[in-house]
Write a protein that binds this ligand. Structure first.
Ligand SMILES: Cc1cc2nc3c(=O)[nH]c(=O)nc-3n(C[C@H](O)[C@H](O)[C@H](O)COP(=O)(O)O)c2cc1C
Length: 183
């Protein structure tokens, strides 16, 4: 088990794990759960982490403009990110404010999306539409249906399981000074 000396050490450890989501395709941090909540029930789904940037407190995801999460984000741009890293016994929970980019501004991002991945943006009929048979849809990759979700991290909460658990919360508004929490 990782020995945590102090709060800064704990946050550094978490960021090393978050960064592996971008660098290491096998890391569970590659596939965070992204939670939106509008007037309806909260909705959680797995997304691929496309970028993470500690300097700017950002995590980036890509999605289809016509997916339900976009509707949900239009109603409430506050979202959650959850990551569980079983090898290091660490749970990471984040509150994020999501900046949705779509239209021409996403062209530079789209140019970097491999052709094999572009099929995820532009399905007909629209994602979530009821269809008669499982393959009654077509992939029609379309840059206009491509959205970039820039998640501005506001809080990070960490729980490290061990003989005695360790829990802490860090807030951007206090320049990421942490506080220990009872687990
Ligand atoms: C491993 C995995 C990775 C996924 N990555 C993405 C992704 O990067 N972007 C995306 O929009 N959906 C991704 N999905 C699909 C979403 O989980 C979800 O089914 C889809 O986006 C529709 O969600 P919504 O209806 O809540 O908007 C992924 C699913 C899995 C299982």
């Amino acid at each position: 088990m990782k020995t945590i000396q102090n709060l800064d050490d704990f946050l550094d450890f978490a960021w090393v794990q978050i960064s592996r989501g971008k660098a290491d395709k096998k890391s569970p941090a590659r596939h965070p759960t992204f939670i939106t909540s509008s007037t309806d029930y909260p909705n959680a789904r797995t997304l691929v982490m496309r970028q993470c940037d500690r300097e700017n407190d950002q995590i980036e995801f890509h999605t289809d403009t016509e997916s339900y999460k976009m509707l949900s984000l239009r109603e409430n741009s506050h979202a959650g990110i959850h990551i569980w890293l079983p090898k290091v016994n660490l749970q990471i929970q984040m509150n994020v404010d999501v900046d949705v980019k779509n239209g021409d501004i996403t062209i530079p991002y789209w140019n970097n999306v491999p052709a094999s991945s572009r099929i995820a943006y532009g399905t007909i009929p629209l994602p979530g539409t009821v269809i008669k048979n499982p393959f009654d849809y077509e992939y029609t990759p379309d840059q206009k249906r491509f959205a970039v979700l820039i998640c501005h991290i506001q809080t990070i909460q960490l729980l490290l399981l061990g003989h005695k658990h360790i829990r802490a919360k860090f807030k951007k508004e206090t320049n990421w000074q942490g506080e220990w929490l009872s687990p």
